[in-house]
Design a binder for this molecule. Structure first.
Ligand SMILES: Cc1cc2nc3c(=O)[nH]c(=O)nc-3n(C[C@H](O)[C@H](O)[C@H](O)COP(=O)(O)OP(=O)(O)OC[C@H]3O[C@@H](n4cnc5c(N)ncnc54)[C@H](O)[C@@H]3O)c2cc1C
Length: 283
């Protein structure tokens, strides 16, 4: 299908992107890697009159270490995250997650910011960012603000981001005992279910657990009951199995589509929670 006609503008800074969006009235939309927006435009599910290309804004690029945290620019591609020495060394779960997104074409164009803004219920990064308690740094006409990932994802394709705001970067404390396990849809690689586990370990004891889930419900979220079941416990095969058994209990409105029934997805939530926690604990 052919999208409706649109104007193309290219921004060279965050502030220029925001003012170009303002100039476009209701018609403007940011274009990053285009791997979610362009397919929607071709189906005419999205019909922006003005595309504002933000893919060459230097402020949105780069992966840096700062005060014990990692900051990744919103414009950084999945391939750059997957191959980053810094991320692989300090927080391998993020690189591993990026390496499992789509195929090489998608990874070479798609961006972290685009993935978070789009908030596809089956996207991978959201689960990992929720588990890491990452902060999403946002700029709008009113200035800067930061939102915790757990609050950022609100509903199906709905996030805490106003029409005139731009995601600039994501910041998180690196975690060693962390893993992402997903059951992927064979053709697209999107997560039918994806679970990210971030554990704070002291010997075999889990001091605290943060678990993020994607694919199973309308938006990425914490699995609070699993977090409570693991925190303060010695992680034995039995405690991990017991926590995984309850992983789907509190989930409301589980996704149903041609790839998986509700029952199957609930079962996979239990299976992949167990795998993610086991893997995170063994690191
Ligand atoms: C065949 C295929 C397979 C895929 N498989 C997977 C997969 O396995 N796992 C997965 O997670 N994803 C998958 N994706 C999605 C892919 O990761 C996209 O790249 C990503 O979801 C969107 O990033 P983008 O940079 O392409 O954003 P775009 O398509 O350019 O933009 C998406 C939306 O976000 C907005 N936006 C973009 N950047 C910003 C920003 N910085 N601030 C504010 N708003 C912004 C845009 O205005 C638009 O509304 C797949 C896509 C395709 C086409």
């Amino acid at each position: 299908m052919i999208p409706q006609e649109f104007q193309y503008r290219r921004a060279t800074s965050i502030d220029e992107a925001i003012s170009l969006l303002k100039e476009s009235g209701d018609e403007g939309k940011f274009l990053a890697g285009g791997h979610s927006l362009v397919p929607l435009m071709k189906l005419r599910l999205s019909e922006p009159g003005v595309l504002i290309d933000i893919s060459r804004i230097p402020q949105l690029s780069g992966i840096t270490e700062k005060d014990g945290t990692i900051q990744i620019g919103a414009g950084v591609t999945h391939a750059e995250v997957a191959s980053s020495d810094l991320v692989r060394r300090l927080c391998p779960v993020v690189s591993e997650c990026a390496a499992e997104i789509g195929d090489p074409q998608v990874r070479n164009r798609g961006t972290l910011g685009g993935s978070l803004a789009h908030a596809d219920p089956a996207a991978d990064y959201p689960a990992v960012m929720v588990a890491l308690n990452a902060e999403v740094h946002i700029k709008g006409p009113g200035g800067w603000r930061a939102v915790k990932s757990g609050d950022f994802f609100q509903d199906l394709f709905t996030v805490d981001l106003a029409e005139d705001e731009i995601i600039a970067a994501v910041q998180f404390r690196p975690a060693r005992n962390a893993a992402y396990a997903k059951l992927h849809q064979r053709a697209s690689h999107y997560a039918l279910v994806g679970v990210a586990a971030v554990l704070e370990m002291e010997g075999r004891t889990c001091r605290s657990a943060s678990i993020g889930i994607t694919g199973a419900t309308g938006h990425a979220q914490h699995l609070a009951n699993v977090e409570s079941a693991l925190s303060g416990k010695e992680l034995t095969p039995e405690t991990i199995a017991a926590a995984a058994r309850i992983a789907a209990d509190d989930l409301e409105e589980v996704n149903v589509d041609l790839h998986a029934s509700e029952e199957y997805r609930r079962d996979m939530v239990r299976v992949f929670t167990k795998r993610a926690v086991e893997q995170a604990a063994s690191r």
